[in-house]
Ligand binder design. Structure first.
Ligand SMILES: [Zn+2]
Length: 555
């Protein structure tokens, strides 16, 4: 194929002054699929405003279904870009890289061992609400980004929801579509592409993986961390970009205050997928780099992650098979020593008496980070790049200490109306046998309060408008229910119409997080059980420790 016939992204065609529109993403995908037998277009479903959320699958031997990918023992790598549709490098790099992997020799040793399932434009509605005011560079606020000059879309979807806070409540069609797609493909490795502003440093990209409940998923988390360190090294040696673990200084003008990462709440996609025992990567290009360079570093990372997945395919498949088996069997019998963290929030009362939560990260003893940054005067003056390079060795705050932990039961009995939510999460359940008796724990509700959820949902931005930057505190639209409870042992007889949800299943650990009343990100927290909750009464979901008696047979 002649090079001039290769499709170009809008960023490439405009010398990185503009970003690709949603309709153009679809045209690009269709042109590529017409030009190569290595690519196929699929659909996740429709966005809130009815646009197709397209996926582009790349592999050899016509491997375009999960069944074939598993049969051909390929490593399935799913990439999500543009979830925050002002952070567009993922979208541009995924499209350009897809073209180069299929129409040049670049993909030869990748597409025979992997199946790449690319979602270049996960938030098509947000993508098209373009304004040069969105993510406008404001170094004094440490906010915004350097280009593209003609503007980008918004952080939220077209209805004002932050899709990267929606994993547990799944209020948007986009999140529900992605959950279905993920459950169908069950990718070994998932990569989520973002752009980050914040503290002044000299890295091109920062990365992270799932956090929280490290001990429950130890082999996968250890593998993920060493994978990221290795790929970071390859990106440095082969492409000359410098990367480090995602974070910010605790205090902007005092780098020695430490380098901290973001909360381990599973409302963030990466931590959500971590509860499923799969490999997960968060990529954040650095906002203050020029747009073209941000696209280059994103491309380098994606390419090296794909190469790693191809090279380590066998080890990855084995690791995740063992992990899945562990998830599917570990709660068959109640083991009180098996504990799970369901809350990392530290409560605080504000001056106006409202209840807020912080999710502090801590540095484990001796855990330090070498942060490439600039001299103190440059940091104080908010200069980027700063006048002099300086490396600070600082505490690395990346461990989360649970404030609530529970033992893992063998299952739950839950009211029927949760069926739809559980189905969305891929949690299996069946009707509970009415009259069956269980050694169980139920929760008495001692207190019920409300707290506001920052950056979860906001005002709808209309085409032609620009979004309100986070520093200007957009109007809060979403609140959470905070429960204080006491567990009580009982013999519990299941009544008619309850659901039985076993924990020994691939989504079982996720089910625990969803169903516990005092989880910081469960269904009760997100108000799906509000109508069943009365202070002094019992929480309607019961923890089963052991089955005692099957239901009595009809006489
Ligand atoms: Zn983002």
């Amino acid at each position: 194929m002649k090079s001039q016939a290769l499709p170009l992204t809008r960023a490439e065609a405009t010398d990185y002054r503009e970003t690709t529109r949603s309709a153009e993403v679809l045209t690009f995908i269709d042109e590529l699929c017409a030009a190569t037998p290595l690519a196929k277009r699929l659909s996740l479903g429709l966005s809130s405003q009815g646009q197709d959320i397209a996926a582009l699958v790349l592999s050899d031997r016509q491997c375009f279904t999960p069944e074939l990918a598993h049969k051909q023992k390929k490593c399935i790598v799913m990439v999500e870009a543009n979830i925050h549709a002002g952070e567009v490098e993922g979208k541009e790099s995924v499209l350009a890289l897809a073209r180069d992997l299929t129409l040049t020799s670049l993909g030869r040793n990748i597409l025979n061992r992997t199946c790449l399932v690319l979602v270049p434009n996960f938030n098509p509605d947000g993508n098209d609400i373009i304004s040069p005011e969105n993510r406008k560079l404001d170094l004094l606020q440490l906010e915004g980004q350097d280009g593209p000059e003609s503007g980008v879309g918004i952080r939220y979807n077209g209805e004002g929801y932050n899709l990267n806070r929606d994993s547990m409540k799944q209020e948007t069609p986009e999140t529900q579509a992605m959950a279905r797609f993920y459950q169908t493909w069950w990718p070994h490795l998932f990569i989520d592409c973002h752009t980050t502003d914040g503290s002044l440093h000299a890295f091109d990209l920062t990365f992270d993986t799932s956090r929280g409940n490290e001990s429950l998923f130890a082999p996968v988390r250890t593998f993920a961390r060493s994978m990221l360190e290795r790929v970071s090294q390859s990106v440095k040696t082969k492409h000359d970009f410098t990367s480090f673990w995602y974070g910010n200084f605790v205090k902007e003008n005092e780098p020695l205050s430490g380098w901290h990462t973001y909360p381990a709440l599973p409302r963030f996609g990466s931590h959500y997928r971590g509860l499923l025992g799969r490999l997960d990567v968060l990529l954040e290009t650095y906002s203050y780099l020029p747009f073209a360079r941000r696209c280059e570093v994103m491309r380098a990372w994606l390419l090296e992650l794909f190469r790693f997945a191809a090279l380590k395919r066998e080890a990855i498949l084995k690791l995740l098979q063992v992990e899945r088996k562990r998830l599917e069997t570990r709660a068959l019998v109640f083991d009180p020593s098996l504990r799970m963290a369901i809350n990392h929030g530290v409560a605080r009362q504000t001056e106006d008496q409202s209840l807020v939560f912080e999710y502090p990260a801590y540095a484990l003893q001796g855990d330090s980070a070498n942060i490439l940054s600039f001299d103190l005067e440059s940091l104080a003056a908010r200069l980027y790049p700063g006048r002099r390079a300086k490396t600070y060795k600082v505490p690395h705050l990346r461990a989360y200490i649970p404030t609530e932990e529970v033992s893992i039961p063998i299952g739950y009995l839950a009211p029927q109306h949760l069926a739809e939510k559980l189905r969305q999460h891929g949690v299996n359940f069946s009707p509970a046998a009415a009259g069956s008796v269980h050694r169980a724990e139920r929760y008495k509700i001692l207190q019920k309060e409300a707290t506001f959820s920052p950056d979860v949902a906001t005002n709808v931005t209309r085409p032609g408008e620009s979004e309100i930057p986070l520093s200007q505190k957009p109007q809060p639209k979403r609140f959470e229910t905070v429960l204080s409870v006491r567990a009580e042992r009982c013999d519990y007889t299941a009544s008619e119409g309850l659901l039985w949800i076993p924990v020994a299943q691939r989504a079982g650990t996720l089910a625990v997080y969803l169903l516990e009343p005092h989880a910081d990100d469960g269904l009760a927290r997100w108000q799906f059980l509000d109508k069943d909750l009365k202070v002094g009464g019992y929480y309607p979901v019961v923890r089963v420790l052991e089955h005692q008696k099957p239901p009595r047979k009809a006489e």
